[in-house]
Structure formats: structure tokens, C-alpha cells
Design a protein around this ligand. Structure first.
Ligand code: 4AD
Ligand code: MG
Length: 480
């Protein structure tokens, strides 16, 4: 007698063989002569139908098999007579593992809204929607590792506790073991970090990039895939306080190589899900379509989820420079009619998500890669272009998501990097190790950061980023 998971029995089960299957009850239909229960174990989208002939022998158990109860079934795999499934398990023995208290169990077999499920995130993985989302999240993570492994990249783990602020944005969570009731102060009344655990100010990392650059200077092709933390107070459907970032860094790559790498990675991962998670995608595509029926026409997507993934796999992305993007936006009707919240007037303006949305969804109807941004809106480590005004930056913008990737070619010239740091008051003393790489065999190199949850959002069609990470962290929310 084999104990199997539902995916195995449905994909590879032999007719007339006996199996043990364990899972949770999703539905039951009881009648005097014959009863049906459907069980799931999350291993695939499909459910297993269990048939109970001579129901009366199972009376006492059937009464306890409510939605959510855990159950173990011994039975024989047979061809199904009903529609909806090819095979079913004809039960010989049914054991209740644990009841699910029917009056209290929040996840009933009906549609729940996502906000309700977010409050019940400890139980939401039991639902169809979240089962599909988290299977696909796994698939994307696997595909990303496979992509890099195929290309001879090494997976590097960069520190989570750090003293550097890679992005220079200063929105970091502090790490300390001070007793908050009596924080040591120095003579001038400032916090005396020399008395703290690491003898210096320490934070949770916002990016593994700077350390990944060090690794690339020895191993050539590396990537990180780890948690990152940002203490910005952004209560949007695209921001988390704790999220996962994929950061490749490649020695000898210039900006154009970086653009190609980003495109290849996105296409490869979408293609992997398309080929391996089709049932989940079909379900999520239909789900998205149903959700959008209730929206105003202008808020609905113009393609299905499946089509939008096919578009990524099969079509090229638009590639423009900031200057072009700026001109398109400045001369757009929307800007002239003052319909943007942030109007575009002077060169150098940062692009807001409304502008990114306009370019991707209105102007080009395609993913857009924008390169060569003004230096004053980008980080210190980006390579200065010959015009002295722009840097070799690269943002990838996706439909429905906005910025999914941010990256650049890095400044490898010691003198230029130093003067950029001076301009931005970044301490050379703190980043001595970063500057060292520019002294000892410095080479052109490039990399980027892919927001993993934003990719999961795109592929699953979930509109809120809080629904694609198991236990989301965002301002005022730290449950579970
Ligand atoms: O553009 P960002 O800030 O770039 C960096 O951190 C670079 N050091 C990356 C590199 O070059 N190695 O962040 C990269 C991506 C964004 O494009 C976005 O997809 C995602 O990370 N991201 C967030 N995702 C969820 N919640 C947040 N608060 C995010 N902030 C950025
Ligand atoms: Mg960015």
C-alpha cells in the first residue's frame, strides 16, 4: 500500500492499485447510499474525489468530515464515472485525523475577499487562490536559480545585518541590542553606538549589491536572492517593508549586456511557469477576469493573464533612453491637460509611477526598459556617462506593475567614484572596501535588482503585493 500525495496519484496513479492519501476536506456530498468527499493537499491545483459506497457504514465519520477537517483515506484508484475528474479513490477505510470546528472555521467553501484572507493569513494557504499563488512563487524561485546556474553564475549570500546604506536613501531598520530604556549617549548627547552590539550603527540591509560587486570581482558572475528591508512608509500595493530581491552582478558586462540579461531572466522565468504551472495559471487567469468584471472599464486589463505572460515570452521589450521618455511624457496630452499628479516640465524630473504606467500601458503597450537617467535622481555607484549629466542606469517597467527591475553599469573609475561620493556626502571611510575594488584590477561591471514579489505579482495577476508573500510586513502590520 503506497502513501502518495495527490499530485502523484493524479499524475501517475495506476488504476486498481490501492493507495493511502491524506489531505483536507474541501467538500462533501452525502446521501444514503453513496457519498463523495473532495480532498486537497496543496501539492497541485486539482483535488481528489473520494467515493464512499455504502455510506451508512461510514455514518459516524461522515458527520465529522466538514470542510477543513484532516483525513486519511485507504482506497482503490478507479476510473471516475462522474464528469470533472478522470479517476477517483474508492474508499475502503476513512480515518478522521482532526476535525475542523465547523462553527469557527473561517475558510468556508465560498468566495472570500482578499482583505479577509489577509487577516487570516495563517489559514489562507488552504484556499485555491493562495495555493496557486504560492506554488507559482516556488516555481519562479526555482526557475531563477536554474536560469543562473545554466549561465554559470554562483549564488552568493550577502549579509542581512549591515552598516552600509547601499542605496543612500536612508530608509533603514536599525539593529541593536541596546536596552531601549537607557540608551547610552556620548558627551554631545548623541547615541553612543560604540557601546552597541557591533560597536557601530547597524541596520537591516536594503540591498546586497555592494557586497555582490565584491564577489563579482573574484567570481565574475554572481547573484544574490535574499530578503531586503525598507523602512519607507509606503502603503501601496507595490511596496513591502520586507521583500526578496534577486541581484545578479557581472564582471566585464556593460549596460547593453545588463539589458539583455534582464530580458532573458524575465522571459525564462515566465516561460518556466507557462510550461510547468498551466493549471494554476488557467485558474488565476479566470479569477482575474472575474474580479475585473466588477471594475470600471478603464481599470480592466486589456489582455488576460495568460496572454500577458505570452506577450513577455514572445515579444521584444521597448528600449528607450530617459531623454526620449521625458519628451514623450512632456508632450503627451495627459501632461498638457495637467492630468498627471506630478507634471513633467523640467529635464531631470524623476519618473513617478503614473508616468511609468503611461509609458507602458498607453504609449507602448509593452514592457519598457529606460536607460541613461539623470545622475541627480540615481545612486552614487552608477557609471557616469560622457555627457556628465546622465548615468548608465536601467529600469525595467512592466504592465500593471511599474518598476520591476532597477540596475546599472557600475562606476569602475576610482577618481570618478570618489568625486560622486564627495558630492553626495558618502563617507569614504565607511566604504573603504568598496573603493578598494576600484584600485585592484577594477573592471567594467553591471548588475540589477529584480523585486521578486513584483515578478510574482505579474505572473499570478494578484493586484496587491501583500497577497504574494506568505506573511507580509508593511507599516503597522506585523502579525504572524
Ligand atoms: O531599484 P532598487 O531600489 O535597486 C536596488 O536596490 C539596487 N541596489 C539593485 C541592484 O542594482 N543590484 O530595487 C530593485 C527592485 C525594484 O525595481 C523593485 O522591483 C523592488 O526591488 N523593490 C521593492 N519591492 C517590494 N517592496 C519594496 N519596498 C521595494 N523596493 C524596491
Ligand atoms: Mg529603483
Amino acid at each position: 500500500m503506497y502513501k502518495v500525495i495527490i499530485k502523484e496519484i493524479l499524475d501517475q496513479g495506476q488504476l486498481n492499485q490501492n493507495y493511502i492519501v491524506q489531505g483536507w476536506v474541501r467538500n462533501k456530498r452525502v446521501s444514503k447510499s453513496i457519498s463523495f468527499i473532495t480532498i486537497t493537499d496543496g501539492t497541485c491545483f486539482r483535488e481528489l474525489q473520494v467515493v464512499i459506497n455504502n455510506s451508512s457504514d461510514f455514518d459516524s465519520i461522515l458527520k465529522d468530515l466538514n470542510t477543513g477537517a484532516s483525513v486519511s483515506v485507504h482506497g482503490r484508484l478507479v476510473q471516475s464515472e462522474g464528469s470533472g475528474q478522470k479517476v477517483e479513490l474508492e474508499a475502503q477505510q476513512v480515518d478522521l485525523i482532526c476535525q475542523s470546528h465547523p462553527d469557527e472555521y473561517p475558510i468556508q467553501p465560498k468566495k472570500h475577499n482578499l482583505e479577509f484572507l489577509r487577516k487570516n493569513a495563517h489559514l489562507r494557504m488552504k484556499t485555491r487562490t493562495f495555493g496557486s499563488v504560492f506554488r507559482i512563487r516556488h516555481g519562479l524561485s526555482f526557475a531563477i536559480h536554474q536560469f543562473f546556474n545554466n549561465k554559470n553564475f554562483f549564488y552568493i549570500n550577502t549579509p542581512i545585518i549591515t552598516s552600509s546604506d547601499a542605496e543612500g536613501a536612508g530608509e533603514m531598520f536599525k539593529v541593536s541590542n541596546f536596552d531601549f530604556k537607557s540608551i547610552p549617549l556620548d558627551d554631545s548627547g548623541n547615541v553612543d553606538y560604540t557601546k552597541d552590539f557591533f560597536s557601530k550603527e547597524s541596520n537591516l540591509t536594503v540591498s546586497g549589491q555592494l557586497e555582490a560587486e565584491l564577489a563579482a570581482m573574484g567570481l565574475s558572475r554572481v547573484y544574490t536572492f535574499g530578503p531586503t528591508f525598507r523602512a519607507e512608509n509606503s502603503n501601496t500595493s507595490r511596496h513591502l517593508s520586507e521583500f526578496w530581491m534577486v541581484e545578479p552582478e557581472v564582471a566585464f558586462n556593460k549596460l547593453a549586456d545588463n539589458v539583455e540579461l534582464a530580458k532573458d531572466l524575465l522571459k525564462f522565468s515566465c516561460n518556466y511557469i507557462y510550461n510547468n504551472f498551466h493549471e494554476d495559471l488557467e485558474f488565476l487567469s479566470q479569477r482575474k477576469h472575474n474580479e475585473e468584471k466588477n471594475l470600471k472599464k478603464e481599470l480592466r486589463s486589456n489582455t488576460t493573464l495568460i496572454n500577458s505572460i505570452e506577450n513577455i515570452i514572445n515579444n521584444d521589450f521597448v528600449n528607450i533612453k530617459y531623454n526620449d521618455a521625458f519628451n514623450i511624457l512632456k508632450n503627451s496630452k495627459k501632461n498638457k491637460k495637467k492630468k498627471f499628479q506630478f507634471l513633467i516640465s523640467d529635464w531631470g524630473a524623476d519618473l513617478q509611477s503614473e508616468h511609468e504606467k503611461y509609458l507602458v500601458e498607453k504609449e507602448f503597450k509593452s514592457p519598457v526598459i529606460i536607460t541613461d537617467y539623470p545622475k541627480k535622481i540615481k545612486a552614487f555607484y552608477m557609471k557616469l556617462n560622457d555627457d556628465n549629466k546622465t548615468v548608465a542606469a536601467m529600469d525595467v517597467l512592466f504592465p500593471g506593475i511599474g518598476e520591476i527591475i532597477g540596475g546599472s553599469q557600475r562606476e569602475e573609475r576610482l577618481d570618478v567614484l570618489r568625486s560622486r561620493m564627495l558630492d553626495l556626502s558618502i563617507s569614504e571611510k565607511e566604504l573603504w572596501w568598496y573603493l578598494d575594488t576600484r584600485k585592484f584590477g577594477s573592471v567594467p561591471h553591471s548588475g540589477f535588482g529584480l523585486g521578486f514579489e513584483r515578478l510574482v505579482q505579474f505572473v499570478t495577476g494578484m493586484t496587491n503585493i501583500r497577497d504574494v508573500i506568505p506573511f507580509p510586513r508593511y507599516p503597522n502590520h506585523l502579525e504572524f
